[in-house]
Design a protein around this ligand. Sequence first.
Ligand code: PLP
Length: 348
Amino acid sequence: MISYQKPPEVRGGLRLHQNENTGGCSPRVIEALRKLSAEQISQYPPSAEATTAVAKHFGVPVENVCLTNGLNEGIMVLAIAQLRSTISGAAAEAIVPEPAFEIFRVHIAVAGGKLVQVMPQPNFVFPLDEVLAAITSKTRLVFLSNPNNPTGVSIPLDAIGAIARRVRGETIVFVDEAYADFAGVSFIPRLQDFPNVIVGRSFSKSFGLAGLRIGCVIGNPRTLEPIRLAVPVHSLNVAALTAIQAALGDREHFENYLREVTQSKELLYAACDRLGLKYWQSDANFVLVDLGGSTESVLKDLAARGIYVRDRSTEPGCAGCVRISTGIVEHTQQCIAALEEILCAARS
Ligand SMILES: *Cc1c(COP(=O)(O)O)cnc(C)c1O
Protein backbone atom coordinates (compact mmCIF):
# COMPACT_ATOMS: atom_id res chain seq x y z
CA MET A 1 0.00 0.00 0.00
CA ILE A 2 1.24 3.45 -0.89
CA SER A 3 1.49 5.62 2.21
CA TYR A 4 2.49 9.18 2.94
CA GLN A 5 6.12 9.37 4.10
CA LYS A 6 5.52 11.97 6.80
CA PRO A 7 8.69 13.89 7.58
CA PRO A 8 9.84 13.42 11.18
CA GLU A 9 8.16 15.82 13.61
CA VAL A 10 10.86 18.21 14.72
CA ARG A 11 10.63 20.87 17.38
CA GLY A 12 12.64 24.02 17.20
CA GLY A 13 15.32 24.49 14.59
CA LEU A 14 14.76 25.90 11.16
CA ARG A 15 11.83 24.24 9.37
CA LEU A 16 12.56 24.61 5.68
CA HIS A 17 11.13 21.21 4.76
CA GLN A 18 7.37 21.78 4.53
CA ASN A 19 7.03 25.13 2.76
CA GLU A 20 5.31 26.66 5.76
CA ASN A 21 5.42 30.39 6.43
CA THR A 22 8.26 30.37 8.95
CA GLY A 23 7.47 33.99 9.81
CA GLY A 24 4.12 32.92 11.29
CA CYS A 25 0.56 33.98 10.54
CA SER A 26 -0.77 37.53 10.75
CA PRO A 27 -0.99 38.88 14.32
CA ARG A 28 -4.63 39.68 13.49
CA VAL A 29 -5.30 35.94 13.40
CA ILE A 30 -4.00 35.54 16.95
CA GLU A 31 -6.09 38.52 18.05
CA ALA A 32 -9.25 37.04 16.49
CA LEU A 33 -8.62 33.62 18.03
CA ARG A 34 -8.18 35.17 21.48
CA LYS A 35 -11.63 36.71 21.14
CA LEU A 36 -13.36 33.36 20.60
CA SER A 37 -15.91 32.78 23.37
CA ALA A 38 -16.74 29.62 25.30
CA GLU A 39 -20.12 29.56 23.52
CA GLN A 40 -18.52 29.78 20.09
CA ILE A 41 -16.34 26.83 20.94
CA SER A 42 -19.26 24.81 22.32
CA GLN A 43 -21.35 25.31 19.19
CA TYR A 44 -21.08 23.69 15.75
CA PRO A 45 -19.21 26.23 13.66
CA PRO A 46 -21.11 28.49 11.24
CA SER A 47 -19.26 28.67 7.91
CA ALA A 48 -21.27 31.10 5.73
CA GLU A 49 -19.27 34.22 6.58
CA ALA A 50 -15.92 32.56 6.03
CA THR A 51 -17.10 31.05 2.72
CA THR A 52 -18.31 34.47 1.57
CA ALA A 53 -14.96 36.04 2.53
CA VAL A 54 -13.05 33.36 0.60
CA ALA A 55 -15.31 33.72 -2.47
CA LYS A 56 -14.82 37.48 -2.42
CA HIS A 57 -11.05 37.05 -2.09
CA PHE A 58 -10.95 34.92 -5.24
CA GLY A 59 -13.57 36.98 -7.09
CA VAL A 60 -16.01 34.09 -7.63
CA PRO A 61 -19.66 33.49 -6.65
CA VAL A 62 -20.07 31.92 -3.22
CA GLU A 63 -21.72 28.78 -4.68
CA ASN A 64 -18.50 28.09 -6.60
CA VAL A 65 -16.53 27.62 -3.36
CA CYS A 66 -16.32 24.60 -1.10
CA LEU A 67 -14.16 25.01 2.02
CA THR A 68 -12.14 22.00 3.10
CA ASN A 69 -10.07 21.04 6.14
CA GLY A 70 -6.85 21.95 4.37
CA LEU A 71 -6.44 21.41 0.64
CA ASN A 72 -5.35 17.86 1.46
CA GLU A 73 -8.95 17.13 2.38
CA GLY A 74 -10.03 18.71 -0.90
CA ILE A 75 -7.75 16.29 -2.76
CA MET A 76 -9.10 13.36 -0.75
CA VAL A 77 -12.78 14.15 -1.38
CA LEU A 78 -12.08 14.79 -5.05
CA ALA A 79 -10.37 11.40 -5.33
CA ILE A 80 -13.24 9.68 -3.53
CA ALA A 81 -15.94 11.40 -5.59
CA GLN A 82 -14.23 10.66 -8.89
CA LEU A 83 -12.39 7.39 -8.41
CA ARG A 84 -14.27 5.11 -6.00
CA SER A 85 -14.95 1.82 -7.66
CA THR A 86 -17.79 1.70 -10.12
CA ILE A 87 -20.39 -1.08 -10.23
CA SER A 88 -18.87 -2.34 -13.47
CA GLY A 89 -15.64 -2.90 -11.52
CA ALA A 90 -13.25 -1.13 -13.87
CA ALA A 91 -10.77 0.98 -11.89
CA ALA A 92 -11.05 4.66 -12.71
CA GLU A 93 -7.77 6.20 -13.82
CA ALA A 94 -6.08 9.31 -12.47
CA ILE A 95 -3.26 10.90 -14.45
CA VAL A 96 -0.37 12.46 -12.53
CA PRO A 97 2.53 14.19 -14.31
CA GLU A 98 5.66 13.48 -12.23
CA PRO A 99 7.36 14.56 -10.10
CA ALA A 100 4.25 15.53 -8.16
CA PHE A 101 2.85 16.29 -4.73
CA GLU A 102 2.97 12.82 -3.18
CA ILE A 103 -0.48 13.16 -1.57
CA PHE A 104 -2.00 12.72 -5.06
CA ARG A 105 -0.84 9.12 -5.32
CA VAL A 106 -1.69 8.36 -1.70
CA HIS A 107 -5.29 9.57 -2.06
CA ILE A 108 -5.73 7.90 -5.45
CA ALA A 109 -4.80 4.61 -3.76
CA VAL A 110 -7.18 5.22 -0.81
CA ALA A 111 -10.06 5.90 -3.23
CA GLY A 112 -9.32 2.71 -5.16
CA GLY A 113 -8.28 4.49 -8.34
CA LYS A 114 -5.51 3.55 -10.72
CA LEU A 115 -2.47 5.84 -10.85
CA VAL A 116 -1.28 6.69 -14.37
CA GLN A 117 2.09 8.41 -14.12
CA VAL A 118 3.51 10.64 -16.83
CA MET A 119 7.28 10.77 -16.49
CA PRO A 120 9.19 14.09 -16.48
CA GLN A 121 10.82 15.81 -19.44
CA PRO A 122 14.34 17.21 -19.22
CA ASN A 123 14.28 20.29 -16.97
CA PHE A 124 10.68 19.57 -16.00
CA VAL A 125 9.17 21.23 -19.08
CA PHE A 126 5.44 20.45 -18.85
CA PRO A 127 4.78 17.20 -20.77
CA LEU A 128 1.57 18.30 -22.52
CA ASP A 129 1.71 15.78 -25.39
CA GLU A 130 2.44 12.92 -23.00
CA VAL A 131 -0.45 13.90 -20.70
CA LEU A 132 -2.82 14.08 -23.69
CA ALA A 133 -1.58 10.68 -24.87
CA ALA A 134 -2.25 9.17 -21.42
CA ILE A 135 -5.97 10.06 -21.53
CA THR A 136 -8.22 7.02 -22.02
CA SER A 137 -11.95 6.27 -21.73
CA LYS A 138 -11.25 5.31 -18.08
CA THR A 139 -9.64 8.65 -17.14
CA ARG A 140 -11.75 10.30 -14.44
CA LEU A 141 -9.24 12.72 -12.95
CA VAL A 142 -6.13 14.59 -14.05
CA PHE A 143 -3.98 16.02 -11.25
CA LEU A 144 -2.01 19.14 -12.13
CA SER A 145 -0.11 21.37 -9.74
CA ASN A 146 0.59 24.94 -10.78
CA PRO A 147 3.26 25.88 -9.87
CA ASN A 148 4.41 22.33 -9.34
CA ASN A 149 5.66 20.87 -6.08
CA PRO A 150 8.55 19.86 -5.76
CA THR A 151 10.00 21.61 -8.85
CA GLY A 152 8.52 25.11 -8.60
CA VAL A 153 8.00 25.01 -12.38
CA SER A 154 4.73 26.44 -13.76
CA ILE A 155 2.32 24.96 -16.30
CA PRO A 156 1.19 27.27 -19.14
CA LEU A 157 -2.54 28.03 -18.58
CA ASP A 158 -3.23 27.15 -22.23
CA ALA A 159 -1.86 23.65 -21.64
CA ILE A 160 -4.36 23.19 -18.79
CA GLY A 161 -7.14 24.36 -21.13
CA ALA A 162 -5.99 21.93 -23.83
CA ILE A 163 -6.19 19.00 -21.39
CA ALA A 164 -9.62 20.08 -20.13
CA ARG A 165 -10.90 20.23 -23.71
CA ARG A 166 -9.54 16.79 -24.56
CA VAL A 167 -10.98 14.76 -21.64
CA ARG A 168 -14.54 13.40 -21.57
CA GLY A 169 -17.31 15.45 -19.96
CA GLU A 170 -17.40 13.75 -16.57
CA THR A 171 -13.62 13.79 -16.14
CA ILE A 172 -12.27 16.46 -13.82
CA VAL A 173 -9.03 18.32 -14.36
CA PHE A 174 -7.80 19.36 -10.93
CA VAL A 175 -5.43 22.33 -10.75
CA ASP A 176 -3.68 22.42 -7.38
CA GLU A 177 -2.84 26.08 -6.79
CA ALA A 178 -1.36 25.73 -3.30
CA TYR A 179 1.52 27.99 -4.44
CA ALA A 180 -0.29 30.23 -6.95
CA ASP A 181 0.03 33.32 -4.74
CA PHE A 182 3.79 33.21 -5.22
CA ALA A 183 3.47 32.90 -8.99
CA GLY A 184 0.79 35.54 -9.28
CA VAL A 185 -0.96 33.40 -11.92
CA SER A 186 -4.24 31.50 -11.51
CA PHE A 187 -6.64 29.49 -13.63
CA ILE A 188 -9.59 30.90 -11.63
CA PRO A 189 -10.45 33.69 -14.14
CA ARG A 190 -10.75 30.99 -16.86
CA LEU A 191 -12.99 28.64 -14.86
CA GLN A 192 -16.15 30.08 -16.45
CA ASP A 193 -15.15 28.53 -19.78
CA PHE A 194 -14.15 25.20 -18.24
CA PRO A 195 -16.88 23.56 -16.15
CA ASN A 196 -14.77 20.39 -15.80
CA VAL A 197 -11.82 22.15 -14.13
CA ILE A 198 -11.62 22.41 -10.34
CA VAL A 199 -9.01 24.67 -8.75
CA GLY A 200 -7.67 23.89 -5.28
CA ARG A 201 -6.27 26.56 -2.98
CA SER A 202 -4.53 26.30 0.38
CA PHE A 203 -4.15 28.88 3.12
CA SER A 204 -1.28 26.93 4.68
CA LYS A 205 1.54 28.34 2.62
CA SER A 206 1.11 32.01 1.67
CA PHE A 207 -1.20 32.82 4.62
CA GLY A 208 0.69 30.83 7.24
CA LEU A 209 -2.33 28.89 8.57
CA ALA A 210 -0.98 25.33 8.17
CA GLY A 211 -1.65 24.46 11.83
CA LEU A 212 -5.33 25.40 11.59
CA ARG A 213 -6.09 23.42 8.42
CA ILE A 214 -8.09 25.36 5.86
CA GLY A 215 -8.23 25.29 2.09
CA CYS A 216 -10.88 25.20 -0.60
CA VAL A 217 -11.88 23.85 -3.98
CA ILE A 218 -13.37 26.21 -6.53
CA GLY A 219 -15.35 25.47 -9.67
CA ASN A 220 -18.68 25.12 -11.41
CA PRO A 221 -21.39 24.47 -8.77
CA ARG A 222 -22.74 21.38 -10.61
CA THR A 223 -19.28 19.88 -10.90
CA LEU A 224 -18.65 20.65 -7.23
CA GLU A 225 -21.83 18.90 -6.06
CA PRO A 226 -20.53 15.33 -5.66
CA ILE A 227 -17.31 16.68 -4.17
CA ARG A 228 -19.22 18.74 -1.60
CA LEU A 229 -21.16 15.60 -0.60
CA ALA A 230 -17.92 13.84 0.26
CA VAL A 231 -16.74 16.56 2.67
CA PRO A 232 -17.54 15.53 6.25
CA VAL A 233 -20.22 17.70 7.86
CA HIS A 234 -18.63 20.43 10.06
CA SER A 235 -15.21 19.52 8.72
CA LEU A 236 -13.85 23.00 9.41
CA ASN A 237 -13.50 24.06 13.01
CA VAL A 238 -14.39 27.46 14.42
CA ALA A 239 -10.73 28.47 14.87
CA ALA A 240 -9.95 27.93 11.19
CA LEU A 241 -13.15 29.70 10.06
CA THR A 242 -12.35 32.66 12.31
CA ALA A 243 -8.69 32.75 11.32
CA ILE A 244 -9.25 32.85 7.58
CA GLN A 245 -11.36 36.01 7.80
CA ALA A 246 -8.70 37.75 9.88
CA ALA A 247 -5.90 36.53 7.61
CA LEU A 248 -7.60 37.69 4.41
CA GLY A 249 -8.03 41.11 6.02
CA ASP A 250 -4.29 41.59 6.54
CA ARG A 251 -3.06 42.30 3.03
CA GLU A 252 0.16 43.86 4.30
CA HIS A 253 1.31 40.77 6.20
CA PHE A 254 0.59 38.62 3.14
CA GLU A 255 2.39 40.90 0.68
CA ASN A 256 5.34 41.25 2.99
CA TYR A 257 5.80 37.48 2.99
CA LEU A 258 5.60 37.39 -0.83
CA ARG A 259 8.40 39.96 -0.95
CA GLU A 260 10.55 37.93 1.47
CA VAL A 261 10.04 34.86 -0.73
CA THR A 262 11.14 36.68 -3.90
CA GLN A 263 14.27 37.97 -2.20
CA SER A 264 15.02 34.59 -0.60
CA LYS A 265 14.89 32.82 -3.96
CA GLU A 266 17.35 35.31 -5.49
CA LEU A 267 19.75 34.74 -2.57
CA LEU A 268 19.52 30.97 -2.89
CA TYR A 269 20.00 31.03 -6.68
CA ALA A 270 23.13 33.16 -6.22
CA ALA A 271 24.44 30.77 -3.55
CA CYS A 272 23.84 27.76 -5.83
CA ASP A 273 25.69 29.54 -8.65
CA ARG A 274 28.66 30.16 -6.32
CA LEU A 275 28.63 26.55 -5.15
CA GLY A 276 28.15 25.10 -8.63
CA LEU A 277 24.83 23.45 -7.72
CA LYS A 278 22.08 22.88 -10.26
CA TYR A 279 18.66 24.30 -9.37
CA TRP A 280 15.41 25.15 -11.09
CA GLN A 281 13.90 28.65 -11.22
CA SER A 282 10.86 28.43 -8.98
CA ASP A 283 7.51 30.22 -9.07
CA ALA A 284 6.72 28.99 -5.54
CA ASN A 285 8.16 29.51 -2.01
CA PHE A 286 10.79 26.80 -2.34
CA VAL A 287 13.62 25.79 -4.64
CA LEU A 288 14.60 22.31 -5.82
CA VAL A 289 18.40 21.96 -5.61
CA ASP A 290 20.51 19.11 -6.97
CA LEU A 291 23.22 18.31 -4.40
CA GLY A 292 24.82 15.95 -6.87
CA GLY A 293 25.59 12.78 -4.96
CA SER A 294 26.27 14.19 -1.49
CA THR A 295 22.57 14.52 -0.67
CA GLU A 296 22.46 12.16 2.29
CA SER A 297 25.49 13.55 4.11
CA VAL A 298 24.47 17.18 3.49
CA LEU A 299 20.97 16.47 4.86
CA LYS A 300 22.56 14.92 7.93
CA ASP A 301 24.97 17.83 8.45
CA LEU A 302 22.15 20.37 8.04
CA ALA A 303 19.95 18.48 10.52
CA ALA A 304 22.84 18.42 12.99
CA ARG A 305 22.75 22.23 12.80
CA GLY A 306 18.98 22.20 13.35
CA ILE A 307 18.18 22.99 9.71
CA TYR A 308 15.60 20.80 8.00
CA VAL A 309 15.12 20.58 4.24
CA ARG A 310 13.13 17.99 2.31
CA ASP A 311 14.79 15.02 0.66
CA ARG A 312 13.16 14.59 -2.78
CA SER A 313 15.89 12.37 -4.24
CA THR A 314 13.62 9.35 -4.70
CA GLU A 315 10.97 11.26 -6.69
CA PRO A 316 10.93 10.73 -10.48
CA GLY A 317 13.54 12.93 -12.20
CA CYS A 318 14.82 14.27 -8.86
CA ALA A 319 17.87 12.09 -8.12
CA GLY A 320 20.19 13.94 -5.72
CA CYS A 321 17.64 16.71 -5.09
CA VAL A 322 16.44 18.44 -1.95
CA ARG A 323 13.64 20.97 -1.71
CA ILE A 324 14.44 24.05 0.35
CA SER A 325 11.69 26.42 1.52
CA THR A 326 12.57 30.03 0.70
CA GLY A 327 10.49 32.22 2.97
CA ILE A 328 11.83 34.71 5.48
CA VAL A 329 15.16 36.12 4.20
CA GLU A 330 16.96 35.72 7.53
CA HIS A 331 16.10 32.01 7.57
CA THR A 332 17.28 31.55 3.99
CA GLN A 333 20.55 33.26 4.88
CA GLN A 334 21.08 30.87 7.79
CA CYS A 335 20.50 27.90 5.51
CA ILE A 336 22.85 29.27 2.83
CA ALA A 337 25.61 29.89 5.38
CA ALA A 338 25.29 26.32 6.65
CA LEU A 339 25.25 24.89 3.11
CA GLU A 340 28.40 26.83 2.17
CA GLU A 341 30.18 25.68 5.31
CA ILE A 342 29.21 22.02 4.79
CA LEU A 343 30.01 21.89 1.07
CA CYS A 344 33.26 23.84 1.33
CA ALA A 345 34.45 21.62 4.21
CA ALA A 346 33.61 18.53 2.16
CA ARG A 347 35.54 19.85 -0.86
CA SER A 348 38.68 21.01 0.91
C1 PLP B 1 1.02 21.92 0.90
C2 PLP B 1 0.28 21.46 -0.28
C3 PLP B 1 -1.08 21.16 -0.21
C4 PLP B 1 -1.81 20.99 1.09
O1 PLP B 1 -2.17 22.11 1.72
P1 PLP B 1 -3.04 22.05 3.05
O2 PLP B 1 -4.02 23.16 2.80
O3 PLP B 1 -2.10 22.33 4.16
O4 PLP B 1 -3.70 20.72 3.18
C5 PLP B 1 -1.74 20.83 -1.37
N1 PLP B 1 -1.09 20.77 -2.54
C6 PLP B 1 0.21 21.02 -2.65
C7 PLP B 1 0.86 20.94 -3.98
C8 PLP B 1 0.95 21.36 -1.52
O5 PLP B 1 2.26 21.53 -1.62
